[in-house]
Design a binder for this molecule. Structure first.
Ligand code: SF4
Length: 213
């Protein structure tokens, strides 16, 4: 059996934001910048270069490569703190003010799960550092969150294997999404275009079934 390509850890954040966004980026390989993504990239410049420093007794590694053979993940952590008592603490940098959302939590939890495999230890929590407000939001890697990470990985893998891109959500997430113009959520989700879109998805499914038979 052909070995599957590892999934980027950042795909989990895309998936948590909108499954269609994840599909457009990781199945269709489409990407567009908008002011939000550009500001996010700018904010990341301070942690994009591999570096090791010491702060208050902790070894701080920036842009640390991460992987997990068990989960089939690869990526990079913005910051990982290694404390003298053995605590390992990943920190993901995000543009924007401090706010709770699942998609950032999925990403930093997946980083923690990779670190557990890489260093053979338990990683119980990490944080999101919000660049605009310069505040951290701590994320506990609960069993519930870990299960959500595993479910997201399984669904992303299925999407890639099947070439499946989910339908648009067409809600308040869309105006800020850099893929809005490619995705066309209003056109595909409303009125008679919704019927055409559903018919198109059905047609694609039928073609796939024919190919498999
Ligand atoms: S525009 Fe909306 S539906 Fe389309 S990818 Fe972005 S968030 Fe998802």
């Amino acid at each position: 059996m052909q070995e599957e390509e590892p999934i980027l850890i950042s795909a989990l954040a895309q998936y948590g934001y909108c499954t269609r966004r994840c599909g457009l980026m990781h199945v269709e390989q489409l990407y567009e910048e908008n002011p939000y993504t550009l500001m996010g990239a700018r904010g990341h410049t301070q942690v994009d270069v591999e570096d090791v420093v010491s702060v208050r007794g902790a070894r701080i590694e920036r842009a640390l490569p991460l992987w997990s053979d068990r989960l089939g993940l690869v990526g990079r952590a913005d910051v990982v703190e290694f404390w003298p008592d053995g605590t390992i603490y990943p920190v993901e940098y995000k543009h924007g003010p401090r706010r709770h959302n699942l998609f950032d939590a999925l990403q930093v939890c997946a980083q923690g799960m990779c670190l557990e495999e890489m260093f053979g230890c338990s990683v119980e929590k990490g944080a999101i550092y919000h660049i605009s407000s310069r505040r951290r939001r701590e994320v506990l890697f609960t069993e519930e969150l870990r299960t959500k990470v595993l479910e997201a990985i399984a669904d992303i893998r299925d999407m890639i294997r099947e070439g499946r891109v989910p339908p648009p959500v067409n809600d308040k997430r869309c105006p800020n999404c850099s893929l809005h113009d490619i995705c066309m959520p209003e056109v595909l989700a409303t009125g008679r275009f919704a019927w055409h879109a559903k018919a198109l998805y059905r047609l694609e499914e039928m073609e796939e079934e024919e190919d498999e038979s």
